[in-house]
Design a protein around this ligand. Structure first.
Ligand SMILES: [Zn+2]
Length: 410
């Protein structure tokens, strides 16, 4: 989610009641216990009603680390065949109609019934469980180990290699993949840069990214053609520190990753990405820059944000139109792309508004390059806002990019 009302931030600050604690005790038989002691875990237990199997939580408080809307926890000690009720207090971004659950922390599904909304900040979810342990979350988690496993899997292909983009502020390695298959094109291949999780809570964006990169190394002839004609960079998780800590990231201090593309970025991973992309702009090879996000709860269709109006020179508009025409064809279904764009900024101040897509557009314009620079927002509060839906959308994104890039080929 890119640009939302600032007042929502205020909402996130007022959930926390006194005397809350994280229940991380071990469970004795028939006693429920909540755990968040794993990467990405986030929940503060307000209270537990053991008899009626009701758990009341809020996302963890992470002052200065962005919106407190991401929640992800494990419950042990459930009665098999019983129903668990979990009440989540958050703002609208943290309250999907249907939460997601998992029995193995790998395969995730929506709960059977939509939650019951109580006012603007409370949802009551329930789900019958067939095991004594269940993981519950806002959406399918995608943490650093998932990114590492994905990179490992993809780089089994001889034409793919891994790259440590940077070491984060907290010292974590930020993994990336570079794909380029030997083919007729050798020098000055068009560069495609796809990155996810400028905002840590938007886990669906990493799943879309995974769909993209898995498609890219698939047998689809279009993917093969793209691999043989382009140089593709993919970063599955940009804000690894907040993803690992379970913080929301968006509007963190001093600012979040999306807004960090200034002359001196705060985050090492942004500094590294910006440096590489600067090189691709300088040698005029950058063709596509794509920042993956999840939008607000009310968005039910794929939408794109484009750079601010002063940056939309005619050749850029033409490139966007060409890409969007293809994306409309590829991203079908009720939640597909039908041409919806986010609000376009009237003005742009490079010093005050160093957003990644605007920075790429500005630098490209100055270099006489019309590289596509957009943000893709994949809806999450819909039935396709799950692992398989995101993966499919990622593959469609791959096909869209391929057709757009390869259209220039004779
Ligand atoms: Zn976002």
């Amino acid at each position: 989610m890119k640009r939302e009302l600032l007042c929502l931030v205020l909402l996130t600050k007022c959930f926390f009641v006194t005397n809350v604690s994280i229940a991380q005790t071990s469970t004795s038989s028939g006693t429920m216990a909540v755990f968040t002691d794993f990467p990405g875990g986030s929940a503060v237990v307000k209270n537990i009603d053991q008899e009626r199997q009701i758990i009341r939580i809020v996302p963890e408080s992470n002052p200065g680390r962005g919106w407190e809307v991401w929640w992800y926890f494990r419950v042990e000690g459930l009665k098999v065949g019983s129903t668990i009720t979990f009440e989540v207090t958050s703002n609208g971004f943290g309250l999907p109609d249907k939460a997601q659950f998992s029995y193995d922390n790998k395969k995730w599904a929506h709960i059977d019934q939509a939650g019951e909304r109580k006012g603007r900040t409370l949802m009551i979810y329930s789900q019958k469980v067939i095991q004594s342990t269940v993981w519950l979350a806002w959406g399918p988690p995608f943490v650093l180990s998932d990114a590492e496993a994905l990179v490992k899997k993809v780089t089994k292909k001889p034409y793919a290699r891994s790259l440590e983009l940077a070491r984060s502020i907290e010292g974590r390695s930020v993994p990336a993949v570079v794909v380029s298959q030997k083919g007729t094109a050798s020098k000055n291949r068009p560069v495609i840069w796809v990155q996810a999780r400028s905002h840590a809570w938007e886990s669906g964006s990493s799943w879309v990214g995974r769909g993209f990169i898995e498609w890219l190394v698939s047998k689809d002839p279009l993917a093969e053609s793209l691999r043989k004609n382009a140089l593709i960079y993919f970063v599955p998780v940009l804000d690894v520190d907040n993803v690992e800590s379970g913080a929301g990231g968006k509007q963190q201090l001093p600012h979040d990753h999306y807004w960090d593309w200034s002359a001196s970025p705060h985050f090492p991973e942004v500094r590294a990405a910006k440096s590489k992309i600067s090189g691709f702009i300088a040698d005029k090879s950058l063709k596509v820059f794509m920042d993956l996000h999840n939008p607000g709860a009310g968005n039910k269709e794929v939408l794109f944000f484009v750079p601010a109006k002063p940056l939309l020179i005619s050749s850029r508009l033409q490139q966007q139109d060409e890409f969007f025409k293809i994306a409309k064809e590829e991203m079908g279904g009720p939640s597909g792309f039908k041409g919806l764009l986010g609000p376009i900024g009237e003005g742009w101040d490079a010093l005050k508004e160093p957003a990644c897509d605007c920075w790429v557009a500005d630098e490209s314009n100055k270099a006489g390059l019309d590289a596509l620079a957009v943000t893709m927002e994949t809806p999450w509060n819909i039935s396709e806002g799950n692992q398989s839906g995101y993966l499919s959308r990622g593959a469609e994104l791959g096909r869209s990019i391929a057709r757009f890039v390869l259209a220039d080929k004779p």
